[in-house]
Design a protein around this ligand. Structure first.
Ligand code: HEC
Length: 150
């Protein structure tokens, strides 16, 4: 009987310890994911939109309210690599960085359309063109968000 009681106490202690570890690490993990950002990202110099593509204006530039829909699309198809706020997980680009944001709408649209398979960015030519422009609209709000946080 005593032996059984002891064994139970040991098991209870082990479970309590495991619970403390899970409760302690969970929030740390979440915080780590939220803060994840690929701030050292450098664009591939050999992945450049041709001048005519870079010069194309965003046909939705006059409708900033469409950015909300762009965010929905972004969360659905881009966030698994770039993170919900575009900070970039692993080797995916931090889309908030000036090196990305100073490119034209047309250049970003071209990069989304064509991808850079060699470095892990898929092509999204299958996403309807208007939705791709809408995502570009959302990408522009990421830079504004960053300014607000400062
Ligand atoms: C499978 C992972 C993955 C997905 C999904 C993905 N990306 Fe990327 N993306 C990357 C990687 C990796 C790079 C960096 C490519 C490089 O190093 O040249 C990148 C680069 C980019 C760049 C270019 C940054 C630069 O160098 O100028 C843009 C813009 C971009 N992604 C937007 C998007 C958008 C918008 C979506 C959703 C439609 C998306 N990505 C989905 C992995 C991904």
């Amino acid at each position: 009987m005593r032996v059984q009681e002891q064994a139970m106490r040991v098991r209870e202690q082990a479970m309590r310890r495991a619970l403390i570890i899970v409760l302690g690490l969970g929030p740390m993990l979440v915080a780590g994911l939220l803060a994840a950002q690929n701030i050292d990202y450098q664009p591939d110099p050999s992945w450049q939109a041709p001048a005519p593509a870079a010069a194309r204006p965003n046909p939705q530039a006059g409708s900033p309210e469409l950015a909300a829909g762009g965010r929905k699309l972004f969360l659905r198809i881009c966030a698994r690599c770039h993170g919900a706020e575009g900070g970039g997980l692993k080797n995916a680009a931090d889309l908030q960085l000036p090196v990305v944001q100073r490119q034209t709408d047309g250049a970003l649209f071209w990069k989304i359309t064509n991808g850079n398979q060699r470095r892990g960015m898929p092509s999204f030519s299958g996403v309807p063109e208007m939705q791709r422009w809408q995502i570009v609209l959302y990408l522009r709000t990421l830079a504004a968000e960053k300014e607000k946080q400062k």
